[in-house]
Design a protein around this ligand. Structure first.
Ligand code: F6P
Length: 318
């Protein structure tokens, strides 16, 4: 390996900085120079590249966001954009690349691998929507942020015997909502994998209220419902007042949890090891507590056992 480039792409995720730190430190430890590419694939196309050293990545492991900044680049989705990116990599003498991002970003990494760059991916997304890995960098921190916010909503709901609909992120994956409910944050949950219709939500709610639980949280994954419509429906059907809170971008920021920092650090070192050993076209993950690698082209082909976790909800939420 001559020179290693690193970029973060797509939505930022807490722990991306810990991954950057691990990559730079592991590369420098092996006498490999690293170039930081700013602003994801768009920054790569524009040549926004500067050296990164171990010294420059001290004190970043605990910071949220990404020091490299990130973007979603429509230009890189086109072949012409990718060819520009390739040219820039050649100009800077970068022959190997580590991409930290979610689904779309890792698909972009595969395209660069096909163009002859040595590429390794790291899963960086709060959504946890990549099926090949048990956890992605950022998921744990976001889950904890959601639980903290929900705790505050619970206080006021309890005081007023109130029901609140809370929308959480996750794109089209219900992992954040599911894990939130497993952790005791919510009475009724609806996710893309187990979507409840309005009437089912109302009947679950009414049986909880009838059994004496007057404050209730309905946790839903984003993009599933018109929330105003859902709120109105419950209010009219159960003749009660309901509130709605969309947690929004508060979920993406904040200091990464210890779990995310450790995960990101292990993944970063593994990615450098893979490149040193001559691998490319792979992405690092964690399965059963062990670092694993999968082909970038297969990131969402694997069946995972997350669906099994729904069975725990039945007794917990009855
Ligand atoms: O993928 C991370 C994520 O925060 C999703 O949960 C959310 O749907 C999306 O990004 C929001 O994207 P943007 O930052 O482009 O609005």
């Amino acid at each position: 390996m001559k020179k290693l480039g690193i970029l973060t792409s797509g939505g930022d995720a807490p722990g991306m900085n810990a991954a950057i730190r691990a990559v730079v430190k592991a590369a420098n430890y092996n006498d490999i120079d690293v170039m930081g590419i700013e602003g994801g694939y768009q920054g790569l196309i524009e040549g926004r590249i500067k050296p990164l050293t171990s010294k420059l990545v001290e004190n970043i492991a605990d910071r949220g966001g990404t020091i490299l900044k990130t973007s979603r680049s429509p230009e890189f989705m086109e072949e012409a954009g990718r060819k520009k990116a390739l040219k820039v990599l050649k100009t800077f003498g970068i022959d190997s690349l580590i991409v930290i991002g979610g689904d779309g970003s890792l698909k972009g990494a595969q395209k660069l691998h096909e163009l002859g760059i040595n590429v390794i991916g790291l899963p960086g997304t709060i959504d946890n929507d990549l099926t090949y890995t048990d956890y992605s960098i950022g998921f744990d921190t976001t889950l904890n942020t959601i639980l903290e916010c929900i705790g505050k909503i619970k206080d006021t709901d309890y005081s007023h015997d109130k029901t609140t609909i809370v929308e959480v992120m996750g794109r089209y994956c219900g992992d954040l909502a599911l894990h939130c409910a497993l952790a005791g944050g919510g009475e009724i949950i609806s996710t893309p994998e187990k979507k409840l219709n309005f009437d089912t939500i109302c009947s679950k709610l009414s049986s909880r209220i009838n059994s004496g639980k007057k404050d209730n949280l309905v946790i839903v994954t984003e993009y599933m419902y018109d929330l105003a419509e859902l709120q109105r429906y419950i209010e009219e059907k159960l003749n009660m007042s309901v509130r709605t809170t969309v947690l929004g971008f508060i979920q993406r920021g904040g200091n990464p949890s210890a779990f995310d920092r450790i995960l990101a650090s292990q993944m970063g070192v593994t990615a450098v090891e893979l490149l040193i050993n001559g691998s490319s076209g792979l992405t690092v993950g964690i399965k059963d507590n062990k670092m694993i690698q999968r082909k970038l082209e297969n990131i969402n082909d694997e069946k995972n056992d997350r669906q099994d976790k729904y069975r725990f909800l039945e007794p917990l939420l009855h």
